[in-house]
Every structure is written in structure tokens, then in C-alpha cells.
Design a protein around this ligand. Sequence first.
Ligand code: GTP
Ligand code: MG
Length: 208
Amino acid sequence: ADRSVQVKLVLLGEAAVGKSSVVLRFVSNEFQPNKEPTIGAAFLTQKCRLEDRVLRYEIWDTAGQERFHSLAPMYYRNAQAAVVVYDVTKASSLEKAKTWVKELQRQANPNIVIALAGNKIDLVQPSPSPPSTPGSPEPEDEADDATATPGENAGVEAGEGENLRQVPRDEAEAYAQEAGLLFFETSAKTGEGIVEIFTEIAKKIPID
Ligand code: GTP
Ligand code: MG
């Protein structure tokens, strides 16, 4: 028999921040570069294995477009967990996330576990630099600092996408702590931080 505990979880957040993509990564370990906007909501399930138990998430992936806002209470009503997503390259999406958190804290189950996820972190990280040749930390030629091209690797070292970041990690993390939320920076594209959201939430769901 399936003895796993069912956990109803809702995703909320501004349109196009990547809610459906986060779920697709968690449920299927896939990414779609041109994912279509959600209409209404989508329902998916996925098991989550902890050391001592297995949970079965029943996931409501809501539509972020404003015209669907009034449907949200149907999905967060009775939810035991919520993932509120924003886009680290879009400051307004954190403000929208804060309004969702306020709404949840006012209207949802008082014991709801809420996680804040800053998604699209791949856009603000340096692309991985090519691996250096093993055993030869320096180039073969005798270039010293004086002859090296100035700033040759500056873009890579500084992170070529860093200018896209509109929400500093510290700022979002401080807000999350103050509001009593779990906090993650994630990429549905690379998978970074995705499983962690659901695992950390699972650890906070009481056994009953
Ligand atoms: P609504 O359903 O309209 O509320 O949008 P959503 O929040 O579900 O966003 P969705 O998952 O549809 O993603 C919107 C766009 O962003 C798509 O083109 C995705 O491929 C892209 N996207 C989602 N997550 C990421 C990510 O982590 N990195 C990058 N680079 N793009 C992403
Ligand atoms: Mg969607």
C-alpha cells in the first residue's frame, strides 16, 4: 500500500518568473526554453523521499497573469506548503512575491510552510570557464603580468551576466528571514536549488 503522506503545495508568483519551469524540473527533470503561460492552473504530483519517510506532493501550479489572480484562493486554501517564486533579473517580481506572502499569511492555513525562490539564477552567473589543462597551471609561453593582455578574462571572472541581477541575494534573504520563509535561489534551466526547495519544505511538514 502507498503509505506516503500527501502534501498539498501551491506555486504563486508573477507571470513568467518560472513557476511551471520549476515544477517541470522537479517532476520530470526537464526544461523547456519557450514554455507557454499557464492558463488557470496545472496539477502535478511528485514523490519526495526523506531519510525517514516519503511524501507525495500534490502540486497546484497557478497562472501568474493578473487576470487569474482571483482564482488563487481556491488553490492555496488548505495548502500545507507554498512556493512563492520571483525572478532575480526583475525587481518588480520580488514586490509581487511579497504581496503573495502577505496574502498567504492573512488568508491561508496558519501553519502553511512558505518558501521564497529567486529563480533564473543562471542568467546572473558566469558561464562555466573551460577547464584548465591538468598539470599546466600556467600557459607554456613565458608571459608575465606585463605582457598578458589586460583584462583578458575580466568578463568571465566578474560574471558576464551579473549586470542582469536586479535583486541582490542579501536583500531577498533578509526579507525572507524577517517574514519567516525558507529561501532559495534557483534555476529551472540548470536545476540548481530545485530539489532543495521541496526537500527543505518536506522536512518542515509535521508528521501526523
Ligand atoms: P505563468 O504560467 O504565466 O505564470 O508563467 P510561469 O511563472 O509559469 O513561467 P514559465 O515557467 O512559463 O517560464 C517563463 C519563461 O521563462 C519560459 O520561457 C521559461 O523557459 C523561462 N525560464 C523559466 N525558468 C528559467 C530559468 O531558471 N532560467 C532561464 N534562463 N529561463 C527560465
Ligand atoms: Mg506557468
